[in-house]
Design a protein around this ligand. Structure first.
Ligand code: FES
Length: 179
């Protein structure tokens, strides 16, 4: 007999007031509370960087949703991270057009430059590398997305320049926060 583990987390003790307010707003403009699931996942990810199991249970509690159903939504939407990620997540397109225009060379340059494989995060926690299906820029391939930004016509040289620049930006942002 299958044993179903039931975990509940009272969202009021887990989510911040800011998260609760943002999720409540999303729920208020949807037809049902369940329909706000994906937006709620995005809210929590924006505040915490990723969506842990506990976050998932808390969101399900708040939206009176089935946890398995919410997990399904999180799994389907590949921009929801269910494991800790670095400060910046690189999504490199591994679909056909990008494959035909240099994906392998670009990917090789990223891996060598950052010394990581797919699914890994750099030791300084700056970058996580993930693959992605078509990013919608096939006529400008190869393409990657970092945060909300898309980068087109990548070459092994340009991708390293972009990553170097992003790392510098991140370091400057961190310095400004620390001051
Ligand atoms: S195949 Fe890479 S962006 Fe479409």
């Amino acid at each position: 007999m299958e044993i179903i583990k039931t975990v509940t987390i009272d969202y009021r003790h887990y989510l911040s007031n800011t998260e609760i307010a943002a999720i409540e707003h999303e729920a208020s403009i949807m037809e049902t509370r369940e329909a706000a699931g994906i937006e709620a996942l995005k809210v929590v990810q924006e505040h915490r960087g990723w969506v842990s199991d506990d976050s998932l249970y808390a969101i399900a509690d708040m939206l009176t949703m089935n946890v398995a159903e919410l997990e399904g939504v999180a799994t389907f939407y590949n921009l929801i991270y269910r494991q800790p990620v670095g400060q910046k997540v690189i999504h490199i397109c591994d679909s056909v057009s990008c494959h035909l225009t240099g994906y392998n060379q670009v990917l090789g340059a990223i891996k060598t430059h950052l010394n990581i494989e797919y699914g890994q995060t750099t030791s300084d926690n700056k970058f996580t590398l993930l693959s992605n299906v078509c990013l919608g820029g096939c006529d400008k391939s190869p393409v990657m997305m970092v945060g909300k930004e898309h980068y087109y016509h990548l070459t092994p040289t340009s991708v390293v320049e972009i990553l170097t620049e992003l790392a510098e930006q991140e370091a400057n942002t961190q310095e400004a926060i620390d001051e």
